[in-house]
Design a protein around this ligand. Structure first.
Ligand code: MEV
Length: 323
């Protein structure tokens, strides 16, 4: 019988604190289960490890891909790890045995380079599927640390927030280098996510903010302090159930992100349209320059705000509850 393993990982949205989080300030992020990366692994009769990712038009044998390809590097690093000497948990074959013949199918409904964590979600789903298929169990902490190393290969200097919220699939109050801290949602609230449809690599916006910071550290440290302070206040409001007060904080955070030059005319247009349609606040979410924005809404306004976003150019919207 052909053995089959599957795994899935959610997308994520940053509620507060992107970019400043790279500089040690706190940020808040939640998983978004409406979009996800899915991986299926089957034993194969053909020699080699075959990867099929139709969403990105990829059909290739592992060794035909550059070793720093995002998907290839997850598989190579995993095979390397699982070949290390047998761990205290008794995992891992150790030694130099033959590599398995596999068919790996990857699909994702998370738009690429859109601020919703598509890269980290594919890494986490692929890793968990490999770990189950090749009988090398990994804890959430190990999956998270592994995914962070992959994020570093592809994003330069990531804070680690994307892999953390996706690996644990929990709301996260994240401070770089600290143990994972989740937060309680005192009263559920609704946000609408609007996609500009423009892909914008996080690596570029993070590198551009770094150039600004290098040119005037005192100024940008103080901007990051403001963003961190907003994230702290937002956590308190979410925990006490005062979510209606988050709108003003989102607007303030968006203004800081504009100052960091990571907004764009398309993002600003969607943010403005959401506010006009009744959202109590809105901001870009993630790396910026394109990708997605979020708006805080009353549940009954969701359809109006979503339609206003589509009229203002959004390619897609997701209405989601943070609970
Ligand atoms: C990307 O989702 C969030 C950024 O803050 C980058 C990072 O934290 O690694 C822009």
């Amino acid at each position: 019988m052909i053995s089959r393993s599957t795994s899935s990982a959610p997308g994520k949205v940053i509620l507060f604190g992107e970019h400043a989080v790279v500089y040690g300030r706190p940020a808040l992020a939640v998983p978004v289960t409406q979009v996800h990366a899915d991986v299926e692994i089957l034993d194969s009769n053909s020699t080699g490890i075959w990867i099929h990712a139709p969403d990105i038009n990829l059909h290739s044998e592992l060794n035909a891909l550059p070793s720093d390809h995002p998907i290839a590097s997850v598989i190579h690093n995993f095979l390397f790890l699982s070949r290390q000497s047998v761990s205290p948990l008794g995992r891992g074959a150790g030694g130099e045995g033959k590599f398995p013949n596999l068919n790996i199918k990857i699909s994702s409904s998370i738009p690429v380079a859109s601020g919703l964590g598509s890269g980290a979600a594919v890494t986490v789903a692929l890793l968990r599927a490999l770990s189950s298929h090749l009988n090398y169990p990994m804890t959430d902490e190990e999956v998270n640390a592994f995914a962070y190393d992959i994020e570093k290969i592809h994003h330069g200097t990531p804070s680690g927030i994307d892999n953390t919220v996706i690996a644990y699939a929990k709301p996260v109050y994240f401070i770089k280098g600290r143990l994972i801290e989740t937060f309680k949602v005192g009263a559920p609230f609704t946000i609408v996510i609007g996609d500009t449809g423009i892909s914008a690599p996080t690596k570029k916006s993070v590198a551009d903010v770094r150039k600004l910071w290098e040119a005037d550290k005192a100024k940008w440290e103080s901007v990051f302090d403001e963003a961190g302070d907003i994230a702290k206040q937002a956590k308190e409001k979410i925990e006490t159930g005062d979510w209606r007060l988050l709108g003003g904080l989102m607007d303030q955070n968006h203004a800081l992100l504009q100052e960091m030059t990571v907004s764009s005319p398309e993002l600003d247009r969607l943010v403005e349209a959401a506010r006009k349609a009744g959202a109590s606040g809105a901001k870009l979410s993630g790396g910026g320059r394109g990708g997605n924005m979020i708006a805080l809404i009353e549940r009954e306004n969701a359809d109006d705000v979503s339609s206003a976003l589509i009229s203002a150019g959004a390619k897609n919207t997701i209405i989601t509850q943070v609970s």
